[in-house]
Design a protein around this ligand. Sequence first.
Ligand SMILES: [Ca+2]
Ligand SMILES: [Ca+2]
Length: 186
Amino acid sequence: MLCKELPKMYTCAIIMRATAKHLNTGFTLIELLLVVSLIGIMVGFIITVINPTLYMKRARDSRRISDVTALARAVSFALSGGYIKLQDTTFGCSNCTSITGTKDTDGVNGWVKFTTTSSGGLSEFMGDLPEDPINDATYYFEFASDGSKFELNTQLEDPQHYIKITNEGGNDMTRYEVGTSFVLIP
Ligand SMILES: [Ca+2]
Ligand SMILES: [Ca+2]
């Protein structure tokens, strides 16, 4: 209905002001609060269902398993190819972990100990030694050797990886173990 059709001019003015006000403000405060509340509920639901913290733990565990497996493979190749000779750490090693040794593949400062017997040594098969994604007093990589065999360990975060740390053939039910011997790290 057009304003000019209304019986009184002041009625038309009131309607026009109300319409203009509604158009200018867009949503009311209650509408905005409802939208914000709904968004909050949806975000909470998504976080509960997806659980990003758990996914981050699983991603770090996958990287740990991948890194120590790749390192074990590189050390095995270097050994079988005559590039390195393992150093015996049976009587103790002060820096055979990724938090005490460096990433160097020199066999001395790096946390994996060996003597290079052929040009390039371990670096022929791996650029740098991997480090744990967190690399603190709880989550770190560890190396041990008796001079001929070696073992690498890593701590996993996701409790659902219990099967992996207990069924890889190792003797430690709390850590994931790879290498050519599983008894060098108790
Ligand atoms: Ca184990
Ligand atoms: Ca072990």
